[in-house]
Each structure stands twice: as structure tokens, then as C-alpha cells.
Write a protein that binds this ligand. Structure first.
Ligand code: PEP
Length: 249
């Protein structure tokens, strides 16, 4: 059976001392659900997060990586570098990477390949913009994002892939997709996977919802059958709020 997962994307927040305080708060929380817990600090704080959290069952993820193994890519970080500081998971394709750093599906396909070649788990993000939803194109947009970045993979690769559906209009806006909108899209994503790889693969992949998930709405969203957890931005920056979401299953 697929896993429930709650992942916190800390984005470009918290210097080392604030990160240390948040990590200490996290290590003090009690998990009462079966969800796997992941946090994604900035690159500069990954190793500190790994050291503090390795005695807990909270996993550490990076927010991005380059597809090359090393070389003349000033300012970039490779998969093996992430692994060397304890990050075995990487978030790829976040809408902020797509929007502000021009990340395309083709580039993301290369990053996914590099992460998998290094035996990392990928949390692959995608989702439509408001204009797509208003024009009724949300399923086409989402289907293309998934196909373009992932459908060159063998079925076996999907045991290292977590999908995160994040409608762009719901990220950091306070606007959440309704639980029904999330369920409808997640069911469509699973059907898209099943059409290509078969029901067994489709049923084994965790599909997270992201977009203004908070303690107050997590339980209703997570109660939907095809929603296997959340990718949490703003509400992951406070340990109590984050664990209220983790424990909403
Ligand atoms: C995100 O950035 O992945 C996200 C879901 O952010 P927020 O929870 O703040 O909407």
C-alpha cells in the first residue's frame, strides 16, 4: 500500500540559528499518525538538519538540484553532493522554480534522471495556473507536465517518485483547492499513470496535495481517497502547525 507523506518546504527561509531553533522544536514533536515526515531546508542548512534529525524519523530533502554530477556550473549543487550531507530526497519542479528560474519540463526530465541515477527519491511538483483552471484546461496542463518530465521512465522508477499536485493559484495565497477539487485531480493523475504503467504502479505512487494546507483544513483534504498527504509551505515553518498537519491523518 502506498505511503502517507507530509513534507515541509521551507523555501528561502531561516538562517542557521533560526533553522537550529526550528529543528529543535521539530525533534520535540510527537507523531500520532502513520505519515512519513520530510523537511526541506535551504542547501546551507541541510547538513545541520541531517545531524539533528537523524535520531528521529524525520527525513531531510533538498529543494532543488542540478542534473550534472559536477563541473563548471557555478552556484549549482549535484545529487551526490546532496547525498553526502544526508539528503536522500529532492523536490523537483516546484512552481517557483518553473516561474522564477525558467525550469522547463525538458530540464526537469534531466534532473529527475540524475536524481534517480543517484538512488534519490524525487518529490515531483506540478500544477496548473489560475488561467488554465478558468479555461477548463487544468487536466491537459497537468497531464502534459507529468508526461513530459516522467513518462520516459521505466515503471520500476516509480518506487522512487512521489508526486505533488500543487495548483499554482493555491500556493502561498491562502486559497486552497477544495477537497473535492483536490480529489478529482488526484484521481485524474492516478488514471493518467494507470493508462501508461498499469494499475499496480498507479496505486503504489503517493500523490501529495500542496497549496495553503493548514492545521484547519488538512484533515478534510487528507480524508480524500487519492490524497496521500501534503507538501506544505508556510505552515511548515512552525513545528506545532506542521505536526498538527502531520497528525491530521
Ligand atoms: C509550496 O510552496 O509547496 C506550498 C504548498 O506553499 P503553501 O503551503 O505556503 O501554499
Amino acid at each position: 500500500m502506498r505511503k502517507n507523506i507530509v513534507a515541509g518546504n521551507w523555501k528561502m527561509n531561516n538562517d542557521l540559528s533560526k533553522t537550529e531553533a526550528l529543528l529543535a522544536d521539530l525533534a520535540n514533536q510527537t507523531k500520532t499518525s502513520n505519515a512519513e515526515v520530510i523537511v526541506a531546508p535551504t542547501f546551507t542548512n541541510l547538513y545541520q538538519a541531517y545531524k539533528v534529525l537523524k535520531s528521529t524519523d524525520i527525513h531531510v530533502a533538498a529543494q532543488n538540484m542540478h542534473y550534472a554530477e559536477n563541473g563548471a556550473y557555478t552556484g549549482e549543487i549535484s545529487a551526490s553532493m546532496l547525498k553526502s550531507v544526508g539528503a536522500e530526497i529532492v523536490i523537483l519542479g516546484h512552481s517557483e522554480r518553473r516561474e522564477y528560474f525558467n525550469e522547463t519540463d525538458a530540464l526537469l526530465a534531466k534532473k529527475v534522471d540524475a536524481a534517480l541515477a543517484n538512488d534519490m527519491t524525487v518529490i515531483f511538483c506540478f500544477g496548473e495556473e489560475l488561467a488554465d483552471r478558468k479555461s477548463g484546461n487544468e487536466e491537459t496542463v497537468v497531464e502534459n507536465q507529468i508526461k513530459n518530465a516522467l513518462f520516459h521512465l521505466e515503471a520500476s522508477a516509480f518506487n522512487k517518485i512521489v508526486l505533488a499536485y500543487e495548483p499554482v493559484w493555491a500556493i502561498g495565497t491562502g486559497e486552497t483547492a477544495s477537497p473535492e477539487q483536490a480529489q478529482d485531480m488526484h484521481a485524474f493523475i492516478r488514471k493518467t499513470l494507470a493508462n501508461k504503467y498499469g494499475a499496480e504502479v498507479a496505486d503504489s505512487v503517493s500523490i501529495l496535495y500542496g497549496g495553503s494546507v493548514k492545521p484547519a483544513n488538512a484533515q478534510e483534504i487528507f480524508s480524500k481517497p487519492d490524497v496521500d498527504g501534503g507538501l506544505i509551505g508556510g505552515a511548515s515553518l512552525k513545528a506545532e502547525d506542521f505536526f498538527a498537519i502531520v497528525n491530521a491523518f
